[in-house]
Write a protein of this length. Structure first.
Length: 191
């Protein structure tokens, strides 16, 4: 058995084992009232199933999960699997598209991601905060709406996903998108 952590000491990013599952803390809160010793609630992600839940961990003592974080680069798609490679050891990891979930829409050639592993088990993929995507199509700007810069239109990425962009963005441009909010951030700088 590994290191024991009390519920009150859990912070975002911490990983722990409870009831045979491995969880990563996304958010935590502590509420204290005059007549109670305090309530600890954590928004957690089950790293084996991908489910996000709220757990009450007031008096809980959990085992710390020692996760390995490896920087890997997306290489290619093999059927329904996305293949990532470690550029120093040349180790490859395959993750199914269904396991990636919404993250799959941001995976493009050469994208560096962090892969979380528990022993040899691949648990999660962590994308950069922002990614560069190529727009392969965009609606035409509506005449008269471009002056304020606040009008938006639909555009589609090379992976076929829809994104909302300002009117001045055109087909063929590269833009930055926030991976946490799925929103347009700005134009990508030329490299």
């Amino acid at each position: 058995m590994g290191q024991i952590i009390e519920g009150i000491d859990l912070r975002p990013g911490n990983a722990y084992i409870r009831n045979g599952n491995i969880y990563r803390v996304i958010e935590n809160s502590f509420m204290k009232t005059a007549q109670s010793k305090g309530i600890v609630k954590c928004k957690v992600k089950n790293l084996r199933t991908g489910a996000i839940t709220i757990e009450v961990l007031t008096d809980a003592k959990v085992e710390k999960a020692d996760l390995n974080s490896i920087i890997m680069t997306f290489s290619y798609i093999d059927g329904e699997n996305y293949v990532f490679i470690d550029s120093t050891t040349f180790e490859t990891v395959e993750i199914s598209k269904s396991r990636l979930g919404k993250e799959a829409k941001y995976i493009t050639d050469g994208l560096e991601v962090r892969i979380l592993k528990y022993g040899e088990e691949v648990l999660d993929i962590i994308l950069p905060d922002q990614v560069v995507v190529l727009l392969v199509d965009a609606e035409e700007a509506v005449r008269g709406n471009t002056a304020s810069g606040s009008a938006m239109k639909k555009a589609w990425t090379e992976n076929g996903y829809e994104v909302t962009v300002p009117q001045f963005i055109k087909k063929g441009e590269k833009i930055l998108i926030s991976t946490s909010t799925d929103e347009y951030v700005g134009r990508a700088k030329d490299e």
